[in-house]
Design a protein around this ligand. Structure first.
Ligand code: URA
Length: 209
């Protein structure tokens, strides 16, 4: 599928295997989530535009490339998405960060927004939505729709592990959104966990279990 980018670099795969291991503790888990986000960011920003500038090296004048200054915003989906923010800020320190929190209405099972704080110029920014796990895709789809309602035009979704169900949902609801992940796992179990997955990403990042 054209809008699905599975990043299978050996470093990513190695780090992901450490995340999957149930014996990996909170400190290592947190650090590795951030490292994976850094590595994924490298690929997800491959299309950033460049421009030419004149500089002087110690040896000669040179025409070199620099980023053309496209404005980016990271939008972590609370709470697990927060674990990916620092890893990306390492590479793109000027990125702004908007936050979105969603819960699932127990009656309708539809995601409902309970928190939202976006940069004022969000509609002018290229957006990367962050959530380590793409399970049913309900939250990610709602977050994308939410940002589209804000007139955002360029939206990417970054997940560490994606389930086929979630990928299908995003491709159906938002075929214009590129999905970046490090692995596509087998399926969702009856509790909505990705199998084999890594468990509850939020709990493992924040040590709440
Ligand atoms: N969210 C998680 O943290 N883990 C899953 O397996 C599915 C959703």
């Amino acid at each position: 599928m054209e809008n699905l980018h599975v990043l299978n670099h050996p470093l990513l795969q190695h780090k992901l295997s450490i995340l999957r291991d149930k014996n990996t503790g909170v400190k290592d888990f947190r650090e590795i989530v951030a490292e994976i986000a850094t590595l994924m960011c490298y690929e997800a920003t491959r299309d950033l535009p460049l421009m030419d500038v004149e500089i002087e090296t110690p040896v000669a004048k040179a025409r070199v490339k620099v980023l053309a200054g496209k404005k980016l915003a990271l939008v972590p989906i609370l709470r697990a998405g927060l674990g990916m923010v620092d890893g990306i800020i390492t590479l793109i320190p000027s990125a702004k960060v908007g936050h979105i929190g969603l819960y699932r209405d127990p009656d309708t099972l539809e995601p409902v927004e309970y928190y939202c704080k976006m940069p004022a110029d969000i509609s002018e920014r290229d957006i990367i939505i962050l959530d380590p796990m793409l399970a049913t895709g309900g939250s990610a789809s709602a977050a994308i729709q939410f940002l589209k309602n804000y007139e955002c035009k360029s939206i990417k979704l970054m997940n560490i592990i994606a389930a086929p169900e979630g990928i299908r949902r995003i491709q159906t609801d938002h075929p214009d959104v590129d999905i970046f992940c490090a692995a596509v796992d087998d399926h969702l179990n009856e509790h909505g966990y990705i199998v084999p997955g890594l468990g509850d990403a939020g709990d493992r990042i924040f040590g709440t279990k």
